[in-house]
Write a protein that binds this ligand. Sequence first.
Ligand SMILES: C[S@@+](CC[C@H](N)C(=O)[O-])C[C@H]1O[C@@H](n2cnc3c(N)ncnc32)[C@H](O)[C@@H]1O
Length: 280
Amino acid sequence: MASSHFTVLLNESIDWLSVRSGGLYIDATLGAGGHSEEILKRGGKLLAFELDEGMMRRSYERLEKFCPTLVKSNFTHIKKVSIESGFSQVDGILFDLGISMLHYTDLGRGFSFKKADERLDMRLDDKVGVDAAFVINQFPQEVLKNIFESVLASREAAKAAKKIVSVRVVSQFEKVSDLARLFPENAAEIFLAIRMAVNDELGAIQKGLSGGFELLKVGGRLAVISFHSTEHKLVTKIFEDLEKNGTAVVLTKKPVFPSSEEIETNPASRSAQLRVIEKI
Ligand SMILES: C[S@@+](CC[C@H](N)C(=O)[O-])C[C@H]1O[C@@H](n2cnc3c(N)ncnc32)[C@H](O)[C@@H]1O
């Protein structure tokens, strides 16, 4: 049976976006469509981006009665695609970063270190770019070390890269278990770092947030939900820079966290943080 995805910080993010009937909104990360559905229910006009074709199809069924515009595109192209779709001067944009629970549980692309037999793919768009197996089997040790440094201390990152290189000269990495068994203590971090590299997630956040910010009208809001410290730091820095150059004000002086009720229902939400800026 297919699993489900719990939408994180649903009411908090939509309230902070101050969604109003007839306003223009962009959901940069459609996923299972929970945030998009709430924007549409409140009468917002919606354009949504999703990189993963399977996720797009699932959400289309959920949302088609509202007739939103859904595009299969990387949110790095947010500015160009939105303008072409008639969404310039928008009231609000949401980024709910990372991947959906369905990626871990149902999609079979090696995102979870617990799915031993899945192939090491980890591409969100499985038609472009190099997959996780290629990164692990082919990238130079120094590059692997840099990749792991996005989530691990420098010494640990160097050790992880060295371990991979010493194993791959004997046998190539193909399945999740080939990688996970080498890292019994920090498999979650190792998998996260590889996934971020495969999808250039940090580069995409930089491009997506700056392109998105340019689409906002004065008074428009940009809300971002992030899930781990590398993302939290990057979003904080981008928002601080926009505030420093006098174009935005950070509305969430402290990040918004999920309530204890939400964490109880959906433990995976516990690391989520919401930050919001307004264009001035
Ligand atoms: C955390 S989920 C979003 C969940 C969604 N808010 C909901 O309520 O169901 C993030 C989604 O963004 C998509 N995604 C990640 N990076 C993307 C990118 N650069 N461009 C477009 N979509 C992306 C992922 O495929 C995933 O489905």
